[in-house]
Design a protein around this ligand. Sequence first.
Ligand SMILES: [Zn+2]
Length: 400
Amino acid sequence: MRRFAGARRYVYNQALELQQRRHASSTKNLSYAELCKELTQWRSNPKTLWLADVHSQVLQQALKDLGSAYTAFFEKRADAPDFKKKGRSGEGFRYPQLDQTALDSGNGRIKLPKLGWVRYRKSREVPGVLRSVTVSLRAGRWYVSILTRRDVDVPEHQGGAVGIDMGVKRFATLSDGSHIEPLSSFKRHEKALAKAQRQMSRKEKFSSNWKKAKARVQKIQNRIANVRKDFLHKTTTTLSKNHALAVVEDLQVGNMSKSAAGTADAPGRKVRQKAGLNKAILDQGWFEFRRQLTYKLAWAGGQLVAVPPHNTSRKCPACHHVSADNRMRQAELKCVACGFEANADHVGAINVLSRWLERDEGQDTAGAPARCASTARIACEVSGARGRQQQEPTEETVSE
Ligand SMILES: [Zn+2]
């Protein structure tokens, strides 16, 4: 599996280098088909003959992943693709299409082409028709994620509409006045992580003690990720059950979390404050929150919609007066026109919801979430590693 992951990384990096060279000489990027031709050559090159031992689709998938990374970059959703470094947590490889016979869930094993039958710890049933399988390494353990497809009946959601305001002090505030406290998982583990990283830096690189220290660092990082995932899953599950329509502000998390440092010629403003906010945003996992809420609402027969974020924090919900003066204090809104007073995040959530409802006025779809497609793509993540005795946290149910 390490060799497969290594080969995938090698192919990804080789292809990236090719594209970067072409970019530097202002030549058009190679297409996926052209990259596949290059791959065929690498697989028959005596210097990189070891690539031939790895399943071809696994390596082709690396080229597809690079293509997606470039697309995201061109569409300004992400930074330019970067070289994959060895030993990063989350390394792995994917079989883009596996036959149903590859899965023997009764015996808790899966047949990975060119690797053979591999046992996994069965954390749940895997309904549906097998699509793709991803094998990944995290903190010294191998995980397998199984993607399947099946038809599900979308229920009629009985809940109403809710506006959600995302924040740093409060993770989320709802238009009904309730709110969800932030988790700040990173803060809670920050000290332990800093200590482990310090210990690692004192060891001689690549020595066995360094490797042990590195494993400790990755273990803490993995725990942080699991705690955060658990928090997000619980939060989004509750929200999707209780509400049929969730309205959020269309904030671009990618932009907000981008470095504010600027360049040498034009240094960014408020760099320190923004760095603090960025860290808080990344720690909260807003993007992941929205992703989960979107698919969970769809499964429950509901819908998530986004509205443009103008003035949602400065508009009085009582008289609709918009003014920066309404926000003399950060945590509160006090309307200078009518004297209305309320928590600023609560006001934000109300305004987000009413922005959607106003937009919908006059249409016969007002207030009613659109029926979602009856075929939903269901991801079943089955985590496990060979020879493991203890119960480990799974993707969705994690206890600290
Ligand atoms: Zn007012």
